[in-house]
Design a protein around this ligand. Structure first.
Ligand code: UT7
Length: 330
Protein backbone atom coordinates (compact mmCIF):
# COMPACT_ATOMS: atom_id res chain seq x y z
CA UNK A 1 0.00 0.00 0.00
CA UNK A 2 2.94 2.37 0.59
CA UNK A 3 3.72 2.94 -3.10
CA UNK A 4 0.21 4.03 -3.92
CA UNK A 5 -0.30 7.27 -5.86
CA UNK A 6 -2.38 10.08 -4.40
CA UNK A 7 -5.50 10.75 -6.45
CA UNK A 8 -7.72 13.81 -6.81
CA UNK A 9 -10.65 15.08 -8.83
CA UNK A 10 -9.33 17.81 -11.13
CA UNK A 11 -12.57 18.84 -12.83
CA UNK A 12 -16.32 18.28 -12.90
CA UNK A 13 -19.20 18.90 -15.29
CA UNK A 14 -22.89 18.21 -15.57
CA UNK A 15 -25.72 18.37 -18.04
CA UNK A 16 -29.48 18.06 -17.70
CA UNK A 17 -31.99 17.93 -20.58
CA UNK A 18 -33.91 21.12 -21.32
CA UNK A 19 -37.43 19.69 -20.94
CA UNK A 20 -38.88 20.39 -17.47
CA UNK A 21 -41.67 18.22 -16.05
CA UNK A 22 -43.37 19.90 -13.09
CA UNK A 23 -45.62 18.42 -10.43
CA UNK A 24 -48.47 20.33 -12.05
CA UNK A 25 -47.74 18.54 -15.33
CA UNK A 26 -47.87 15.21 -13.46
CA UNK A 27 -51.27 16.11 -12.00
CA UNK A 28 -52.60 15.88 -15.56
CA UNK A 29 -51.02 12.46 -16.12
CA UNK A 30 -51.72 10.44 -12.94
CA UNK A 31 -53.84 10.71 -9.79
CA UNK A 32 -51.44 12.89 -7.79
CA UNK A 33 -51.00 16.48 -6.69
CA UNK A 34 -48.17 18.95 -6.09
CA UNK A 35 -48.84 19.05 -2.34
CA UNK A 36 -48.40 15.27 -1.94
CA UNK A 37 -45.26 15.14 -4.06
CA UNK A 38 -43.53 18.12 -2.45
CA UNK A 39 -44.27 17.09 1.13
CA UNK A 40 -43.53 13.37 0.64
CA UNK A 41 -40.46 13.74 -1.59
CA UNK A 42 -39.28 17.39 -1.77
CA UNK A 43 -39.36 17.25 -5.58
CA UNK A 44 -40.97 20.14 -7.49
CA UNK A 45 -39.73 19.36 -10.99
CA UNK A 46 -37.43 17.07 -12.95
CA UNK A 47 -35.75 17.06 -16.37
CA UNK A 48 -36.79 14.66 -19.12
CA UNK A 49 -34.67 13.59 -22.09
CA UNK A 50 -35.97 14.00 -25.62
CA UNK A 51 -37.04 10.85 -27.49
CA UNK A 52 -33.86 11.00 -29.55
CA UNK A 53 -31.63 11.77 -26.56
CA UNK A 54 -30.01 8.62 -25.19
CA UNK A 55 -27.94 8.13 -22.04
CA UNK A 56 -24.69 8.37 -24.03
CA UNK A 57 -25.81 11.80 -25.30
CA UNK A 58 -26.34 13.30 -21.86
CA UNK A 59 -23.20 11.54 -20.65
CA UNK A 60 -21.06 12.97 -23.45
CA UNK A 61 -22.30 16.51 -22.76
CA UNK A 62 -21.39 16.27 -19.07
CA UNK A 63 -18.05 14.64 -19.97
CA UNK A 64 -17.03 17.44 -22.33
CA UNK A 65 -17.73 19.99 -19.58
CA UNK A 66 -15.62 18.02 -17.07
CA UNK A 67 -12.77 17.78 -19.60
CA UNK A 68 -12.89 21.53 -20.17
CA UNK A 69 -13.09 22.24 -16.44
CA UNK A 70 -10.05 20.04 -15.81
CA UNK A 71 -8.12 21.35 -18.81
CA UNK A 72 -7.77 17.78 -20.10
CA UNK A 73 -7.83 16.83 -23.77
CA UNK A 74 -10.05 13.86 -24.75
CA UNK A 75 -6.97 12.01 -26.02
CA UNK A 76 -5.37 12.17 -22.56
CA UNK A 77 -8.11 10.04 -20.98
CA UNK A 78 -6.93 6.47 -20.28
CA UNK A 79 -10.24 5.05 -19.06
CA UNK A 80 -13.91 6.00 -19.22
CA UNK A 81 -16.26 4.47 -16.67
CA UNK A 82 -19.94 5.16 -17.26
CA UNK A 83 -22.19 4.25 -14.39
CA UNK A 84 -25.84 3.98 -15.37
CA UNK A 85 -29.00 1.94 -14.97
CA UNK A 86 -30.39 3.08 -18.30
CA UNK A 87 -27.64 2.21 -20.77
CA UNK A 88 -28.24 2.91 -24.48
CA UNK A 89 -28.21 -0.78 -25.41
CA UNK A 90 -27.49 -4.15 -23.81
CA UNK A 91 -24.17 -3.92 -25.61
CA UNK A 92 -21.90 -2.26 -26.56
CA UNK A 93 -21.23 -0.50 -23.28
CA UNK A 94 -22.44 3.10 -23.08
CA UNK A 95 -18.84 4.07 -22.24
CA UNK A 96 -17.83 3.01 -25.80
CA UNK A 97 -20.55 5.20 -27.28
CA UNK A 98 -19.41 8.12 -25.14
CA UNK A 99 -15.80 7.52 -26.16
CA UNK A 100 -16.81 7.88 -29.81
CA UNK A 101 -18.83 11.04 -29.12
CA UNK A 102 -16.08 12.84 -27.19
CA UNK A 103 -13.23 11.41 -29.31
CA UNK A 104 -11.34 9.99 -26.34
CA UNK A 105 -9.48 7.73 -28.73
CA UNK A 106 -6.93 6.40 -26.24
CA UNK A 107 -9.39 5.35 -23.56
CA UNK A 108 -10.41 1.92 -22.35
CA UNK A 109 -14.14 1.78 -21.72
CA UNK A 110 -16.60 -0.02 -19.51
CA UNK A 111 -19.95 0.44 -17.81
CA UNK A 112 -20.56 -0.12 -14.14
CA UNK A 113 -23.97 -0.80 -12.69
CA UNK A 114 -24.65 -0.45 -8.99
CA UNK A 115 -28.11 1.12 -8.82
CA UNK A 116 -28.13 4.65 -7.50
CA UNK A 117 -24.81 3.96 -5.72
CA UNK A 118 -23.12 3.69 -9.12
CA UNK A 119 -21.28 7.00 -8.88
CA UNK A 120 -19.65 6.10 -5.57
CA UNK A 121 -18.70 2.66 -6.93
CA UNK A 122 -17.29 4.24 -10.10
CA UNK A 123 -15.26 6.90 -8.29
CA UNK A 124 -13.77 4.29 -5.96
CA UNK A 125 -12.98 2.05 -8.95
CA UNK A 126 -11.31 4.92 -10.83
CA UNK A 127 -9.33 5.77 -7.70
CA UNK A 128 -7.89 2.22 -7.57
CA UNK A 129 -6.77 2.34 -11.22
CA UNK A 130 -4.83 5.58 -10.65
CA UNK A 131 -3.56 4.76 -7.15
CA UNK A 132 -1.95 1.56 -8.42
CA UNK A 133 -0.31 3.43 -11.31
CA UNK A 134 -2.25 1.48 -13.93
CA UNK A 135 -3.74 4.66 -15.45
CA UNK A 136 -3.06 8.41 -15.15
CA UNK A 137 -6.36 10.03 -16.14
CA UNK A 138 -9.79 8.49 -15.63
CA UNK A 139 -13.15 9.98 -16.63
CA UNK A 140 -16.11 8.93 -14.47
CA UNK A 141 -19.62 9.67 -15.70
CA UNK A 142 -22.91 9.02 -13.94
CA UNK A 143 -25.68 9.27 -16.53
CA UNK A 144 -29.34 8.34 -16.75
CA UNK A 145 -32.40 8.61 -18.97
CA UNK A 146 -34.52 6.53 -16.61
CA UNK A 147 -37.61 8.45 -17.77
CA UNK A 148 -37.62 5.96 -20.66
CA UNK A 149 -38.02 3.08 -18.17
CA UNK A 150 -40.67 4.66 -15.98
CA UNK A 151 -44.31 3.61 -16.18
CA UNK A 152 -46.00 6.99 -16.66
CA UNK A 153 -49.26 5.53 -15.33
CA UNK A 154 -47.70 4.43 -12.00
CA UNK A 155 -47.89 7.31 -9.52
CA UNK A 156 -45.70 5.44 -7.04
CA UNK A 157 -42.63 5.76 -9.27
CA UNK A 158 -43.19 8.26 -12.09
CA UNK A 159 -43.10 11.29 -9.80
CA UNK A 160 -39.61 10.45 -8.55
CA UNK A 161 -37.14 10.10 -11.39
CA UNK A 162 -35.39 12.63 -13.61
CA UNK A 163 -32.72 12.51 -16.32
CA UNK A 164 -29.21 13.98 -16.44
CA UNK A 165 -25.50 13.34 -16.16
CA UNK A 166 -22.54 14.38 -14.05
CA UNK A 167 -18.87 13.75 -14.76
CA UNK A 168 -15.48 14.05 -13.08
CA UNK A 169 -11.87 13.71 -14.22
CA UNK A 170 -9.54 11.99 -11.75
CA UNK A 171 -5.76 12.22 -11.86
CA UNK A 172 -2.72 11.40 -9.75
CA UNK A 173 -1.71 14.37 -7.56
CA UNK A 174 0.92 15.54 -5.10
CA UNK A 175 -1.62 15.71 -2.30
CA UNK A 176 -4.23 13.15 -1.37
CA UNK A 177 -7.64 14.24 -2.71
CA UNK A 178 -9.47 10.96 -2.17
CA UNK A 179 -9.07 10.04 1.49
CA UNK A 180 -11.15 6.88 1.87
CA UNK A 181 -14.06 4.88 0.55
CA UNK A 182 -16.45 2.15 1.55
CA UNK A 183 -18.78 0.01 -0.57
CA UNK A 184 -21.48 -2.44 0.43
CA UNK A 185 -23.98 -4.75 -1.21
CA UNK A 186 -26.86 -6.86 0.06
CA UNK A 187 -28.44 -9.05 -2.61
CA UNK A 188 -31.03 -10.36 -0.18
CA UNK A 189 -32.96 -7.15 -0.98
CA UNK A 190 -32.78 -7.72 -4.75
CA UNK A 191 -36.55 -7.39 -5.13
CA UNK A 192 -36.91 -3.86 -3.72
CA UNK A 193 -36.01 -1.89 -6.87
CA UNK A 194 -35.81 -3.51 -10.29
CA UNK A 195 -36.57 -3.47 -13.99
CA UNK A 196 -37.39 -7.17 -14.29
CA UNK A 197 -37.47 -7.85 -18.04
CA UNK A 198 -35.49 -7.36 -21.21
CA UNK A 199 -32.46 -9.51 -20.41
CA UNK A 200 -31.71 -13.19 -19.65
CA UNK A 201 -34.23 -13.87 -16.89
CA UNK A 202 -37.22 -12.49 -18.77
CA UNK A 203 -36.23 -11.79 -22.39
CA UNK A 204 -38.52 -9.35 -24.15
CA UNK A 205 -41.77 -10.97 -25.27
CA UNK A 206 -45.35 -9.89 -25.83
CA UNK A 207 -46.08 -11.09 -22.32
CA UNK A 208 -43.32 -9.01 -20.68
CA UNK A 209 -44.54 -5.94 -22.54
CA UNK A 210 -48.18 -6.57 -21.61
CA UNK A 211 -47.21 -7.08 -17.97
CA UNK A 212 -45.17 -3.84 -18.02
CA UNK A 213 -42.07 -5.71 -16.91
CA UNK A 214 -39.71 -3.32 -18.72
CA UNK A 215 -40.46 -0.53 -16.26
CA UNK A 216 -39.06 0.39 -12.84
CA UNK A 217 -40.73 -1.51 -10.00
CA UNK A 218 -40.10 -0.34 -6.47
CA UNK A 219 -41.16 -1.12 -2.91
CA UNK A 220 -40.60 2.50 -1.90
CA UNK A 221 -41.49 2.17 1.74
CA UNK A 222 -39.02 -0.65 2.36
CA UNK A 223 -36.24 1.13 0.48
CA UNK A 224 -36.87 4.24 2.55
CA UNK A 225 -36.26 2.41 5.85
CA UNK A 226 -32.96 0.90 4.67
CA UNK A 227 -31.64 4.02 2.95
CA UNK A 228 -30.90 6.07 6.07
CA UNK A 229 -29.37 3.12 7.93
CA UNK A 230 -27.03 2.26 5.05
CA UNK A 231 -25.90 5.80 4.23
CA UNK A 232 -25.20 6.48 7.90
CA UNK A 233 -23.27 3.24 8.30
CA UNK A 234 -21.03 3.72 5.24
CA UNK A 235 -20.46 7.42 5.97
CA UNK A 236 -19.31 6.81 9.54
CA UNK A 237 -17.19 3.83 8.48
CA UNK A 238 -15.53 5.76 5.64
CA UNK A 239 -14.77 8.77 7.81
CA UNK A 240 -13.31 6.44 10.46
CA UNK A 241 -10.99 4.89 7.86
CA UNK A 242 -9.27 8.27 7.38
CA UNK A 243 -9.43 9.23 11.07
CA UNK A 244 -12.12 11.85 10.60
CA UNK A 245 -15.50 12.31 12.21
CA UNK A 246 -18.76 13.92 11.15
CA UNK A 247 -17.64 17.20 12.81
CA UNK A 248 -14.77 17.43 10.30
CA UNK A 249 -17.11 17.34 7.29
CA UNK A 250 -17.67 20.64 5.43
CA UNK A 251 -20.14 19.31 2.88
CA UNK A 252 -22.07 16.07 2.55
CA UNK A 253 -23.74 15.16 -0.73
CA UNK A 254 -26.26 12.38 -0.19
CA UNK A 255 -28.00 10.56 -3.04
CA UNK A 256 -30.92 12.79 -4.02
CA UNK A 257 -33.85 10.38 -3.65
CA UNK A 258 -36.21 11.97 -1.14
CA UNK A 259 -35.90 15.04 1.11
CA UNK A 260 -37.29 13.02 4.02
CA UNK A 261 -34.48 10.47 3.64
CA UNK A 262 -31.92 13.31 3.49
CA UNK A 263 -33.46 15.03 6.55
CA UNK A 264 -33.42 11.77 8.52
CA UNK A 265 -29.77 11.21 7.56
CA UNK A 266 -28.95 14.77 8.65
CA UNK A 267 -30.57 14.04 12.03
CA UNK A 268 -28.91 10.68 12.67
CA UNK A 269 -25.47 11.96 11.63
CA UNK A 270 -26.02 15.07 13.77
CA UNK A 271 -24.63 17.23 10.97
CA UNK A 272 -25.65 20.85 10.44
CA UNK A 273 -28.34 21.30 7.76
CA UNK A 274 -26.34 23.94 5.88
CA UNK A 275 -23.57 21.36 5.27
CA UNK A 276 -25.95 19.03 3.43
CA UNK A 277 -26.26 19.67 -0.30
CA UNK A 278 -29.72 19.28 -1.83
CA UNK A 279 -30.82 19.80 -5.44
CA UNK A 280 -33.57 17.19 -5.77
CA UNK A 281 -36.27 19.87 -5.68
CA UNK A 282 -35.39 20.78 -9.28
CA UNK A 283 -33.96 17.49 -10.62
CA UNK A 284 -35.72 14.64 -8.80
CA UNK A 285 -33.89 11.35 -8.40
CA UNK A 286 -31.35 11.05 -11.23
CA UNK A 287 -30.15 7.68 -9.89
CA UNK A 288 -26.48 6.98 -10.74
CA UNK A 289 -26.07 10.58 -11.93
CA UNK A 290 -27.39 12.13 -8.73
CA UNK A 291 -24.27 12.68 -6.59
CA UNK A 292 -22.15 13.47 -9.68
CA UNK A 293 -24.48 16.29 -10.78
CA UNK A 294 -24.76 17.50 -7.19
CA UNK A 295 -20.97 17.54 -6.76
CA UNK A 296 -20.56 19.69 -9.88
CA UNK A 297 -23.33 22.06 -8.78
CA UNK A 298 -21.98 22.33 -5.23
CA UNK A 299 -18.51 23.24 -6.54
CA UNK A 300 -19.82 25.73 -9.12
CA UNK A 301 -22.11 27.36 -6.52
CA UNK A 302 -19.13 27.84 -4.19
CA UNK A 303 -20.54 25.45 -1.55
CA UNK A 304 -17.32 23.44 -1.74
CA UNK A 305 -14.04 25.32 -1.35
CA UNK A 306 -10.40 24.41 -1.56
CA UNK A 307 -9.38 22.19 1.35
CA UNK A 308 -12.95 21.23 2.30
CA UNK A 309 -13.74 17.72 3.47
CA UNK A 310 -16.56 16.38 1.30
CA UNK A 311 -18.56 13.15 1.67
CA UNK A 312 -20.56 11.58 -1.14
CA UNK A 313 -22.93 8.87 0.05
CA UNK A 314 -25.55 6.81 -1.77
CA UNK A 315 -27.78 3.74 -1.72
CA UNK A 316 -29.85 2.03 -4.35
CA UNK A 317 -30.96 -1.07 -6.22
CA UNK A 318 -29.19 -4.24 -5.24
CA UNK A 319 -29.31 -3.14 -2.48
CA UNK A 320 -26.04 -1.30 -2.75
CA UNK A 321 -24.59 1.48 -0.65
CA UNK A 322 -21.33 3.34 -0.32
CA UNK A 323 -19.52 6.50 0.68
CA UNK A 324 -16.36 8.29 -0.35
CA UNK A 325 -14.46 11.01 1.50
CA UNK A 326 -12.68 13.71 -0.52
CA UNK A 327 -10.41 16.56 0.40
CA UNK A 328 -11.29 19.15 -2.23
CA UNK A 329 -8.00 20.26 -3.77
CA UNK A 330 -8.91 21.81 -7.06
O1 UT7 B 1 -32.96 5.94 -5.59
C1 UT7 B 1 -33.16 4.91 -4.70
C2 UT7 B 1 -34.46 4.28 -4.81
N1 UT7 B 1 -35.65 4.87 -4.36
C3 UT7 B 1 -35.90 5.56 -3.24
O2 UT7 B 1 -35.07 6.03 -2.55
C4 UT7 B 1 -37.32 5.73 -2.85
C5 UT7 B 1 -37.50 5.58 -1.38
N2 UT7 B 1 -38.91 5.72 -1.01
C6 UT7 B 1 -39.58 6.89 -1.07
O3 UT7 B 1 -39.04 7.92 -1.41
C7 UT7 B 1 -41.02 6.88 -0.60
O4 UT7 B 1 -41.32 5.63 -0.04
C8 UT7 B 1 -42.04 7.23 -1.71
C9 UT7 B 1 -41.91 8.69 -2.09
C10 UT7 B 1 -41.81 6.35 -2.92
C11 UT7 B 1 -43.46 7.01 -1.19
O5 UT7 B 1 -43.67 7.78 -0.03
P1 UT7 B 1 -44.33 7.14 1.28
O6 UT7 B 1 -44.44 8.20 2.28
O7 UT7 B 1 -43.51 5.94 1.61
O8 UT7 B 1 -45.77 6.80 0.76
P2 UT7 B 1 -46.50 5.37 0.71
O9 UT7 B 1 -45.94 4.54 -0.38
O10 UT7 B 1 -46.56 4.80 2.09
O11 UT7 B 1 -47.94 5.82 0.31
C12 UT7 B 1 -48.79 6.61 1.17
C13 UT7 B 1 -50.07 6.89 0.45
C14 UT7 B 1 -50.72 5.66 -0.18
O12 UT7 B 1 -52.12 5.80 -0.05
P3 UT7 B 1 -52.91 5.00 1.10
O13 UT7 B 1 -52.64 3.55 0.84
O14 UT7 B 1 -52.31 5.48 2.39
O15 UT7 B 1 -54.33 5.41 0.87
C15 UT7 B 1 -50.35 5.76 -1.62
O16 UT7 B 1 -51.26 5.13 -2.47
O17 UT7 B 1 -49.85 7.80 -0.63
C16 UT7 B 1 -50.37 7.26 -1.85
N3 UT7 B 1 -49.53 7.69 -2.94
C17 UT7 B 1 -49.72 8.83 -3.61
N4 UT7 B 1 -50.65 9.79 -3.50
C18 UT7 B 1 -50.57 10.84 -4.34
C19 UT7 B 1 -48.43 7.06 -3.45
N5 UT7 B 1 -47.91 7.78 -4.45
C20 UT7 B 1 -48.70 8.88 -4.58
C21 UT7 B 1 -48.67 9.99 -5.43
N6 UT7 B 1 -49.61 10.96 -5.26
N7 UT7 B 1 -47.74 10.15 -6.38
Amino acid sequence: MTNMQNVKIIGTGSYVPKKVLTNEDLEKMVDTNHEWIITRTGIAERRIAEDNEATSDVAAKAALKALKDSNTKPGEIDLIIVTTNSQDMIFPATACLVQKKIKAVNAATFDLQAGCTGAVYALITAWQFIATGFYDNVLVIGAETLSKFVDWTDRNTCILFGDGAGAAVLKAGQEKGILSGCLAGDGSYDDLIMIPAGLSKYPASHETVERKMHYVKMKGNEVFKLAVKHMKRTTVKTLGKCNLSVEDVDCIIPHQANIRIISALTRVLKIKKDKVFVNLNKLGNTSAASVMIALDEAVKEGKIKNGDIVVLTAFGAGLTSGSIVLKWLK
